[in-house]
Design a protein around this ligand. Sequence first.
Ligand code: A5P
Length: 235
Amino acid sequence: MSDKADAAKRLAAARALELVRDGMRIGLGTGSTAAHFVALLGAQVGQGLRVIAVPTSERTREQALALSIPLSTLDETPELDLTIDGADEFDPALRLIKGGGAALLREKIVAAASARMIVVTDRSKQVDTLGRFPLPVEVDRFGLESTRRHVARLAADAGCSGTVAPRRAPDGHFLVTDGGHAILDCSFGAIPDPEKLARGLNAIPGVVEHGLFIGLAKAIIVADEQGVEVIGDIA
Ligand code: A5P
């Protein structure tokens, strides 16, 4: 990642920090942009800010623990005030692709439990049509090849073409998520009808969740060298 992209991610995270109020229940996203937010939040907690946070991955949980951010779970704290998370792509309708960091299942559960999900990102994630970033689909490891073929057929019906392939970890084995599942990366290039694809994926046995986040983000805080732009309703 370039220094400029990282600086933009930090800028977006700093703007998101302004939304945090004393006493809030906060969902903590996953990825390098969310990590900036967690670091900034940790500094505020060190200065006396009182929040309780639910992390979306083991990675984020470890970071938050190291910063002494008080943590909870959705079982203890089922409703959250605000979730701040990154995205791999967003379009003008605030639809997202997430899951590049393999945390999409917990990210979606936490976002859905939050009164507000606000996305923090740098400008490179902005697209007119979703799909440039390969869509991650989290699937049960049982019947992986059957499910993969089912996803590929469904995608073709939804107007998408391209490869559907299991993600591999650096050691060459299939990557395993925090939830113990596999990820299929769907390299479609463009997704002409994200709602149709999302509905279809939801109906496939073996698909645990997919990385299309539709109707979840209230606003996107997007930063670049020129500064910060807020798209959507941040209030
Ligand atoms: C994690 O599974 C993803 O959804 C991340 O939110 C996404 O990959 C954004 O990552 P960066 O903030 O590192 O770009």
